[in-house]
Design a protein around this ligand. Structure first.
Ligand code: FMN
Length: 335
């Protein structure tokens, strides 16, 4: 299982407070998933606090012009840091968006009272490190039990977001929405540019979606984002066919940056719970990236909330996909 070596001397000598509890938490949060693996955040660790900043230079200006998915990705990193701080032995204290005059300062984390982590905390941390996005079709003949789906719902609710599990009769609407979103984005040269940039990163840069995590385009129950031409996709699609997959919409009561950040924390909690129970989660975000299909998803929610992202849920394959790269701590954590 993947592990972060918190006592790595090389890390300690890098010049930021990597050996402080907050530095170590920020380090673990580098594992957070993000839109096209952009990792659009920075940590400033100093004076007993870790500030989480949005990195606007990594915003996808065509795919994500409002920064909704950028802030959501930062929310995932925030929750990852809190899980790590707990395992390091501190109760996390978080001020979310403490200063309205600096909107890109998203949260300030402090190490609260010392507390011994529970076994559940340890399991969550291990799952956080092991989690990967698996784009292969869902394995045949194995379904996620209903009580496990309820646990994912509970994980989202604990962080102020909600999970709508699509009943069978709503899946065709998602299919149409995903097809429509793909058509809109494919026709947009800006989106094509964003995709090309973040699937062809310089070697060793530690970001972007790599060919080794992309499956060829085969008929899918709900169409997937086309990251790369088939000849370049490096992950075998396997024998699955998505018939056993469940589809869901993570949604929030509001549609402001604070809601996007909270939705990211909820998604992180959901991803960790899913990984613990051998459930694979593949985000489907093109349907929220374009306004018409975001409205379609809101319709599936009977206008009861704001769709943040769609998800494909399936029983995890026996072998995980290869890990995606991450940026270096020096780039992302300063003190
Ligand atoms: C906000 C957000 C949107 C995403 N959208 C998609 C998507 O539409 N399709 C997809 O296959 N993966 C999607 N992903 C998964 C990312 O591409 C993935 O997290 C990233 O490449 C890092 O890989 P990892 O999750 O295996 O660590 C999304 C992730 C996030 C956090």
């Amino acid at each position: 299982m993947a592990a972060i070596n918190f006592s790595d001397r090389a890390i300690r000598s890098r010049g930021y407070s990597a050996d402080s509890p907050l530095g170590r938490a920020a380090l673990a949060a580098l594992r957070a998933p993000s839109l096209l693996n952009t990792q659009p955040w920075r940590w400033r660790v100093h004076d007993g606090s870790a500030e989480l900043w949005a990195d606007r230079s990594r915003q996808l200006t065509s795919i994500d012009p409002d920064g909704r998915l950028l802030i959501l990705s930062c929310g995932i990193a925030l929750h990852h840091a809190m899980v790590a701080l707990t395992i390091i032995g501190h109760r996390p204290q978080v001020d979310v968006r403490p200063d309205a005059t600096t909107p890109d300062l998203l949260a300030v984390v402090r190490a609260g009272a010392e507390q011994r982590p529970s076994f559940a905390d340890q399991r969550a941390f291990q799952a956080m490190l092991a989690r990967r996005t698996d784009r292969r079709p869902a394995p045949r003949d194995v379904c996620i039990p209903a009580y496990r789906l309820q646990q994912l719902r509970d994980a989202a609710e604990r962080h102020g977001a909600h999970l709508h599990l699509l009943p069978h009769e709503q899946v065709p609407v998602l299919i149409v929405a995903a097809t429509h979103a793909a058509a809109i984005e494919t026709a947009d040269p800006g989106v094509r540019g964003d995709l090309a940039r973040w699937t062809h990163r310089p070697t060793g840069g530690g970001d972007g979606v790599t060919a080794s995590s992309v499956v060829p385009q085969i008929p899918r129950r709900v169409p997937q984002r086309e990251f790369l031409p088939n000849d370049d996709a490096g992950l075998d699609a396997g024998e699955g066919n998505d018939q056993t997959a469940n589809y869901a919409i993570l949604f929030s009561d509001g549609d402001e940056p604070a809601d996007w950040l909270a939705a990211g924390q909820a998604l992180s909690a959901l991803l960790i719970a899913a990984t613990e129970h051998r459930i694979s989660v593949n985000p489907i975000s093109n349907v929220v990236e374009v306004e018409p299909t975001r409205a379609t998803l809101a319709g599936l929610l009977s206008q009861l909330g704001h769709p943040m992202i769609a998800l494909r849920l399936s029983v995890a394959a026996a072998t995980p996909p290869p890990p995606e790269p991450r940026r270096s701590p020096e780039e992302m954590i300063e003190s």
